[in-house]
Design a protein. Structure first.
Length: 198
């Protein structure tokens, strides 16, 4: 094929063709860049909106939890759980009080009466209250209960002995004692389950 166009005209046509291709590429690049900017802007707006929604939701949930007093409910649940554990311990180490009271009654000295028993711990100490005709008989209670031959208590402490001189009661002296169970008493009067530590 013979080119009959003048060299200038041929060059102008060639450059015009290159220019139109470059224009198309430039317009495509600008449109792509604009699309990317639009996508980034929309993504940023979407993320900001989601972040705001999550912050509002979190704030609302915190307010609901505060209104429902979750911390108070958890504290009550822990207290109830602790009480249930104590009840289970007491039930698993049931004390046969009737047998224990009879055993204590056999060692009470003449002229004294057992008034009450208060258990502090299932396998620990017990508080006893008694009345007596005089100070000597009230003090003798501690000696009799603490006697190792009786196998009831390994240690008995006198908390108080008060005698009122103007009382018309047959037992004017009130005495309070704290006694610690002996190992023999634990085995005899505490129903400790098999395998449990004593």
């Amino acid at each position: 094929m013979i080119n009959l166009l003048a060299p200038d005209r041929s060059a102008n046509l060639r450059y015009g063709h290159f220019n139109s291709i470059l224009k198309r590429w430039l317009i495509t690049t600008i449109l792509a860049a604009g699309g990317l900017v639009l996508i980034v802007a929309m993504g940023w707006l979407y993320i900001a909106n989601q972040s705001r929604n999550l912050t509002n939701s979190l704030s609302s949930t915190k307010q609901q939890l505060q209104a429902q007093d979750l911390a108070g409910v958890q504290k009550q649940a822990m207290t109830i759980s602790s009480n249930i554990k104590i009840i289970n311990q007491v039930l698993s180490r049931e004390i046969r009080f009737s047998d224990l009271v009879q055993q204590i009654g056999t060692v009470m000295p003449t002229g004294t009466v057992l008034a009450s028993l208060t258990l502090n711990k299932v396998d620990g100490a017990i508080d006893l209250s008694a009345t007596g005709r005089d100070y000597t008989s009230a003090a003798q209670i501690a000696v009799n209960l603490g006697d190792p031959k009786n196998n009831i208590f390994q240690k008995v402490d006198i908390i108080s002995i008060n005698c009122s001189s103007g009382s018309t009661s047959a037992y004017p002296c009130n005495a309070t004692f704290k006694a610690l169970f002996s190992p023999a008493t634990k085995k005899q009067f505490l129903n400790v389950p098999a395998g449990a530590s004593r």
